[in-house]
Design a protein around this ligand. Sequence first.
Ligand code: SF4
Ligand code: SF4
Ligand code: FES
Length: 313
Amino acid sequence: MTDTTTDGTSETRSAGTGTVTVSINGADVTIDEGATLLDACNAAGVSTPTLCYAENLTPVNACRVCVVEVEKSRTLVPSCSRAAEDGMVVQTDSSRVRHSRKMVLEFLDSGVDLSQTSTLGVGEDAISLADWAAEYDVDSSRYGPAAEKIDEEIKIQDNLYIRDYDKCVLCYKCVEACGDDAQHTFAIAVSGRGFGARISTEFDVSLPDSACVYCGNCVAVCPTNALQFKTEFDLRQADNWRETEQTVTRTVCSYCGVGCNLELHVQDDTIVKVTSPNDHSVTSGHLCIKGRFGWQYVQPTITRQNPAPQPEA
Ligand code: SF4
Ligand code: SF4
Ligand code: FES
């Protein structure tokens, strides 16, 4: 096929099939043009740990736990953002990859509280942090008891969500969700450098004084529970957060005509948090304050539980 370029010259390229074929650990997989190496790994049935990646956000390559080795590439590449090219030869389990993933997980574990990071990965490919730690023989204790840990007071400034930055891995997901990937509010960003880097509002003002509009989209994408619904936080404090017993019911938000889908997480007949499915074309996992936090009106009230006696007919 011959194309004419903007400067009037012509170039030749083969007729595109719309697909590319790459080798993942020796097995060929064919995926759509424009797909990433992470997509190729998923197509090949190879699980990949991810932390800063989310289906509904632009990859920022912050964590590097998803790196793979590409033949003829000098450095390891982040699979979550690297586009697959025809003929690429990729190894996901080489000693370089294993060593790099182990180091990333150990460094994070040595400085940050990962106790509420349940899984690494996305959707059905997500695997527990404990399993990945075992897979890569993670042992952060080898950095010694003096390894510096993030140690800050939990920020509780309202009844909607809390911020516990001891758990923050600086994955940038909340910044992306608050910024041009979803909310376009830009209330939070990374301030400081090195070990002092933190997610912060402008001039570190409290959330109610910031530009935050309480959509909660940052909370929904946080992989470590550094941002946490206040309802969940309170139940965890009371040692009563029983996630495995919770039901999740999908419904449609009734506040306006946009039609966002809601997932109601219910424990003991009480809504404990609201999320939105990533695969829904209207929301892509994001909501506004009303859909996310305005659910108390459907909770059982004292009046409903103990209706006043009615006069006999
Ligand atoms: S608060 Fe959560 S989403 Fe934001 S950077 Fe930290 S870990 Fe990532
Ligand atoms: S979540 Fe907000 S935008 Fe979506 S339907 Fe409800 S009120 Fe409308
Ligand atoms: S998941 Fe790919 S760089 Fe973080």
